[in-house]
Write a protein of this length. Structure first.
Length: 203
């Protein structure tokens, strides 16, 4: 379940549980098959951990990861044009339709249902669904170009482009109103420096 919720990769589970990758892969495949048969789905977690230490530190003491801190910085109202509570509400509304749209697209690409025991393409993405929605909001506001956004999130430009193509129609359906950014940034460094200069806010 930890893997299927995208909390971490199989490699991290191997490190945490001291079980070989073949065994973990088999168990995940069998569990996924049973869940598919019962039509049981799980939602993606809000946080993705790239190492066993990150996950252990978070579980034991609530320590934040660099990815959490980045997401927090990029959700600054000065960048998104909305309160953090409003952004979170938007993410909550969009996430399920987004995941459904992704599964529908994968179904078309496969030409049918997923074969029993397959991994379903998990962990091909390096950012969470919430970050994909956040990236699309920032792009729609004209905050910076896609290359700068990719550098900010630490992913390829193609990842950002795909996120925007997937999320934008859902924002339109949600009647999200774009408020143009007051300032456009040329680089990822410019974006992050701006947030640092503005300081933290509780909004």
């Amino acid at each position: 379940m930890i893997y299927l919720r995208r909390v971490c990769s199989q490699e991290v589970l191997v490190d945490l549980l001291a079980i070989n990758a073949v065994t973990i892969g088999k168990v995940i495949g069998e569990t996924r098959t049973l869940m598919d048969a019962q039509k049981i789905t799980v939602t993606q977690t809000a946080h993705y951990f790239s190492s066993a230490r990150e996950l252990r530190d978070w579980a034991e003491s609530g320590a934040t990861t660099s990815r959490m801190e980045l997401s927090r910085a990029l959700s600054h109202p000065a960048l998104t044009g909305m309160l953090r509570s409003d952004l979170q509400a938007l993410i909550d509304r969009i996430t399920l339709p987004y995941q459904a749209a992704l599964e529908e697209r994968r179904h078309r690409q496969r030409g049918g249902d997923r074969r029993p025991g397959t991994r379903g393409g998990l962990f091909r993405q390096k950012i969470t669904d919430a970050d994909r929605i956040l990236a699309t909001v920032l792009s729609q506001r004209g905050l910076c170009d896609q290359q700068a956004l990719a550098a900010v999130f630490g992913v390829s430009r193609g990842t950002i482009r795909n996120a925007i193509e997937d999320v934008q129609p859902l924002l339109d359906q949600d009647q999200y109103v774009v408020t143009p950014a007051e300032r456009r940034f040329a680089t990822a460094t410019d974006v992050l420096n701006f947030v640092t200069e503005r300081g933290e806010t509780s909004c």
